[in-house]
Design a protein around this ligand. Structure first.
Ligand SMILES: NC(=O)c1ccc[n+]([C@@H]2O[C@H](COP(=O)([O-])OP(=O)(O)OC[C@H]3O[C@@H](n4cnc5c(N)ncnc54)[C@H](O)[C@@H]3O)[C@@H](O)[C@H]2O)c1
Length: 360
């Protein structure tokens, strides 16, 4: 089997963590006879420096020609003062849109080995949680009409939220299909007491729910959801929500797992080609020091094997290896609380050892 993977290393710690995930994929390839061909493309600040654009045409073409794409992260202080149109982060919306990726899957799972890192009360931590957030990715306020204008009080800015029935139906279906393979519960999160878009969202989600009689579907207002995530995260199985609510809630969920450096994500469309990336940013404060936690990116590569290529046992090989390394007590600095810790390269090597069945 031969797979062409587009690599978007990006900025900050992006190149370090993507290189770690590449090494892990190569180790899986060696063991399972899969030939990975990795082709790097420019994105973000690195692309601005080289071409003047955050998302060069060649990058879009390359990603569309790949079997799947692995992304590190983009952005950093060097590009923070550029106008919005050429900011590195603009490339993220651009590539998701070009690849027609309307679904973002973000698992937020509490690893038993990291229970001590969870900031929640002990009884909540003991109960554990394993949540899948299904976030709509190409609609809503991030893509709505926006601008600056003169208003009643002078200069003002506006952003608009718009959702079509079609967009809600297709993301709701993804959530119910995912729940069917998990614990058969979907909580749909909206702000239907205020927003018309949320009222349509709620109506359409329930219409789709009728096609999945085995799956429990409930609604929750986003403000309550923000509270329930820290009060009782174990109540959630699959969450489905809009682009902006999903963006905010998934960062909250990431924090209660212990480290932002642990959480992968998958962005999917209607084909098997996806965009896989850690949920954290480019961490410019620790870039180039070989101390970043590569696990979120390595787990993103595991999600790629599962969701793009149906390579479920190969994907499990990676997640099991990560579990073993954490169980054995190895940590990068973000999880070590000032105690002994390993570098990015050392943790990657441990994961590869575990994957090969060697001593870690
Ligand atoms: N998808 C993306 O590419 C993406 C997402 C969010 C932010 N950003 C960009 O990243 C830059 C920095 O943003 P930020 O500081 O708000 O968020 P960030 O996620 O980059 O960093 C927040 C904190 O978490 C730490 N951290 C993040 N990932 C880590 C890892 N793998 N290992 C260890 N520690 C880690 C950082 O050192 C920092 O202290 C900004 O330019 C922002 O726009 C990019």
């Amino acid at each position: 089997m031969k797979l062409n993977i587009g690599l978007l290393r990006g900025d900050g710690i992006g190149p370090e963590i993507v290189d770690s995930a590449v090494k892990v994929l190569e180790a899986v390839g060696e063991k399972k006879g899969i030939e990975f061909k990795f082709t790097p493309y420019l994105i973000g600040g690195a692309a601005i420096d080289a071409t003047g654009k955050p998302l060069p045409e060649e990058t879009v073409k390359g990603c569309l020609a790949s079997d799947s794409v692995l992304l590190g992260a983009v952005g950093g202080p060097k590009w923070d003062t550029l106008p919005g149109g050429i900011r590195p982060e603009k490339a993220l919306l651009g590539i998701r849109s070009a690849m027609e990726l309307f679904t973002n899957l973000r698992p937020a799972k509490l690893y038993p080995a990291l229970k001590g890192d969870c900031p929640l009360r002990e009884d909540i931590v003991e109960a554990g949680f394993d949540i899948l957030i299904v976030r709509e990715l190409t609609g809503g306020i991030y893509f709505g009409d926006r601008g600056m204008r003169e208003g009643k009080y002078g200069e003002e800015a506006y952003d608009t939220e718009c959702y079509s029935r079609f967009e809600i139906e297709r993301i709701a279906k993804v959530a119910f299909e995912a729940a069917a393979k998990r614990n058969k519960r979907v909580v749909s999160i909206d702000k239907a007491n205020v927003l018309d878009t949320s009222r349509l969202w709620r109506k359409v989600v329930h219409e789709i729910a009728a096609d999945y009689p085995d799956i429990e579907c409930t609604d929750m207002l986003v403000d309550n959801a923000a509270m329930q995530l820290v009060r009782n995260p174990g109540q959630f199985d699959v969450i489905v929500t809009t682009n902006m609510f999903g963006d905010i809630l998934s960062d909250e969920a990431s924090q209660i797992t212990g480290s932002i450096g642990m959480l992968p994500s998958a962005s999917l469309g209607t084909t098997s080609r996806g965009l896989y990336e850690p949920i954290h940013g480019s961490a410019p404060d620790i870039a180039g020091q070989n101390i970043a936690n590569p696990i979120a990116t390595i787990l993103s590569a595991a999600m790629m094997l599962k969701y793009s290529f149906d390579l479920n046992s190969e994907s499990d090989m990676i997640t099991d290896a990560v579990d073993k390394v954490l169980e054995a007590g190895y940590r990068t600095a973000d999880l070590a609380h000032g105690g002994p810790h390993l570098t990015t390269d050392e943790v990657t090597a441990k994961i590869i050892n575990a994957l090969r069945g060697e001593k870690i």
